[in-house]
Design a binder for this molecule. Sequence first.
Ligand code: CTP
Length: 446
Amino acid sequence: MKKVITYGTYDLFHRGHYNLLKRAKALGDYLIVGVTTDNFDLERGKMNTCNNVMERIEAVKATGLADQIVIEEYRGQKIDDIQKYGVDIFAIGSDWEGYFDYLKEFCEVVYLPRTQGISSTQLRQERQTVQLGLIGTGSIANRFVSEADNVNSVQITVAYNPNSVENRFFCEEHGIVLAAQSLDELYKECNAVYIASPHYTHYEYVKSALLTGKHVLCETPFVFSKSQAEELYQIAEDMNVVLMVALKTAFTPAFGHLFSLLKSRVIGDIVEVNASVTTLTDESSEKLDSKLFGGSMSENACFPLLPIFKFLGMDFRNVNFYSKMKNDVDMYTKAVFRYDHAVASFQVGLGVKTEGSMTIAGTKGYVYVPAPWWKTDYFEVRYEDQNQNKKYFYPFVGEGLRYEIKDFVASVLSNGSRFSKISKNENIKMAEVQEQYLKGVNLFQL
Ligand code: CTP
């Protein structure tokens, strides 16, 4: 019996896929079809599949052409499968011509003609897209535009910055069709906005965009008071639009897996979380301007607050802040949270440097995430018996913003029905902590 194997993603299953499976089947007596998992696709930088792995498997099954379906989970698996299943022929579309010649050492390799005029990419592009407008054109917006190129179903159509010269320059540089002169002009050209303006302007911009019926993705820190955060979420709910905060760490694959692992109690009860984020910054920077809500807390605190809230919850008894001040802003702040059964702390700094790692201590072991933990692709779970230690690796592609963009777009296209990686309550609580700090509650100066 001649065995043939072929692989693919088979997203939005189309006649090109069908023709290829038919041609592959005709090469032998038994056809094995490998379907990539969602994680493997993410790892390969394919951010945009519309169907999940189960739907894609079902589509292949429905053709009746596959005698066996296997899941492709890792790089190098093709050789393992060829040997494991005693495969005679590896077949793939001619768009891969030459690429898989290294498999000739293990079986025959056949490149089959591709069906012209159709592909999953093309079908995805024909689907509904999110027309995104940018408010603010600083350094994070620059990175955002290039990251958005890697996400399907989103198009940046317009940008706005009150400084029209800067705005025009930004739009020309990034090939954005319209440099809007006003917010009204921006709103006419988009159905969603990404807000990357200075911190202190977030509240007004988010409110105006929501009230105009736009979905909003707002950079961190979101806002600086609990009541403002609550008000904005209420407007989003009333207007039936998505409001998401772009805290990129929450959307990265490594953080998502760390969350699931800890919830499955691999280190037992969590007793302590500690995390640091420090970035030495020039004193003339706006980030250190007290009149513009500058300072280490406003710039960086939302990052460590994320793991603290995710792993210990938001029900802490109190929080104390210890700050080193200069020109009325904190160059460094340490915060200590007391929970009933745990303690958490973080260090943030723009004028003090610390090790930027995170540790989470539990009753059975601990997790160590090396610097920079907020954009990591790797962490370790460590135990008393070192033989049980485990290292975990996950992809972190590009600047890492594409993960949050992908989730935002998916949420908009599914009318907000998707599970949010960072909840409304967590964002409101973060605003409350910032507010407490700004009011000087339990603040001790060093
Ligand atoms: N294929 C084909 N003809 C097409 C499209 C795909 O023969 N018009 C083949 C590919 O060469 C591959 C298999 O179908 O052997 C699965 O390809 P996959 O990457 O899942 O499909 P694409 O449509 O090429 O997807 P994308 O646009 O995301 O690359």
